[in-house]
Design a protein around this ligand. Sequence first.
Ligand code: NAD
Length: 525
Amino acid sequence: MLIYVQVLNYNYLSSVFNVLIGAVNFMDELMKNYVDGEFSEEGKRVTIRSPVDGNPITDVILASKRSTIEAIDSAYNAFKGSWSETTIRERQALLSKLAIKIQEKSNEYALMESVNTGKTLRQSMLMDIPLGISHIEYFAGTDEFRFSREIIHPEYPDTKGIVQNAPMGVVGAIAPWNVPFLMAVWKIAPAILTGNTIVLKPSHHTPLTALELAKDISETGFPPGVINIVAGTGNEVGNTICSDDRVSMVSFTGSTATGKKVMAMASESLKKVTLELGGKSPNIVLPDADLDHAAKGILFGIFLNSGQLCESGSRLIVHSSVRETLIKKMTEHLKRMKAGNPMDMETEISAITTEDQLHKIGDLVNEGEGQGARILYQRDLEGSVPENGLYFPPTIIDGITDEMVVGKEEIFGPVLAVSEFNNQDEAVSMANSSKYGLASGLWTRDIKNAITIGSKIEAGTVWINEYHMLSAAAPRGGFKKSGTGRELGLEGILEYTQTRHLFINQKESDLDRVAYGLIISDDQD
Ligand code: NAD
């Protein structure tokens, strides 16, 4: 479901907020954390600035350790209370109500998401927010998830088994800064569907849409404590979540480096951990590909959100016979991509969300150049983007070797590294040479061959003649250093559960006589 809202000649923040969202003016409002059904001011007040142009957007309370512990207390008490008695249908009804509420304010959410992250308003309005809403609707409507199923025990035919998918209890969810609304949805909705309570920590860089979501959650009818949202830093809020004994599971999305720390902390109390981490995803173009289609898809794969997506297709692996034609087609499109204020509906190039990330991208590209990488094309953004904003020009490089950090590490920015191959096996081995394994693209007209190759790629998602398309019904996650566990789909739902087996014997049988006879002989009766 995609919506399109006409907001042409959008004049950043000053007038359009009022035109578009009427009386709502979230910029004057202090955004608070949501703990035990109340809005909490406990913590540190900070001003959030927009990467679009450096202007302040609003003030936010970054939660303290104390309010994080309160959030865990309330999630724990809510789980031990009546929440655990609710049915799947009751929980789905609440999710459904939440989706309707968000839909009514979807423009407002899109504006917040864009002004906070710097992603284009076009992307928030047409992709991130409607996709997030449709994903809540999926969890609210799916009948794939069943609380229990009956089994037979082949060894004991007179008995019966019931396997239940019981909730984990309190889920601690930690999210990155790049797709805050989708992340909040992907963590809250399946955790709630399966009967857990949750403490969500959005990134302190981009907390706005998650804190807005708290307002809608507060009006939807979830009992206090079932969903808590505490924006704050990793050291303060994240550590507290990972080390509290009452949190049974941590669902983490972020960098591989932080994922390792989270896993180490969680191991102290033996929590279940799912990790959705970084990537260095390949896009393979075979010689029989539709090159017009592939050129657009590869650009979409790397330059959507200015490359700040975990599964961004940052490595182009192209057959030598079509390399030149493909690069030419790509650069023609790149020249036409509209640069400007991301809050203008026509702009197609997103800002970089944080200053640290902007420096990291620049440093990696400079280092690569120093080691012999070559810039094939770099779009000039000079004068076309807002002053004081954070921008990095879409860039294509080649001449990458295995030793270069730029070739093997995630850049998380608008930088595409090109390499070429001469036969299919070589392409597969180049694709799999990365320590990461999050996603891959494959461009060819031969679908049978694509399925053969796709089945050899070490990645959680392989798009064939497509990129970035996410379905709520399809599990996503990483092989190798890209993570463990899955998000979305039935596999993603089941991550939030633990199985309980009820073994039912209705009468004494021969089985008992043989089994008990192992230690209790008849003459003891
Ligand atoms: P990050 O690892 O720096 O932070 C992620 C989250 O962890 C943030 O909320 C942060 O505050 C928190 N955190 C930091 N230190 C912590 C600690 N010691 N204990 C607990 N929590 C801590 O990542 P980021 O820079 O916010 O996001 C970018 C990364 O996220 C990229 O590597 C990207 O690939 C990855 N990502 C992965 C997926 C996926 O689904 N695989 C999706 C989006 C982003």
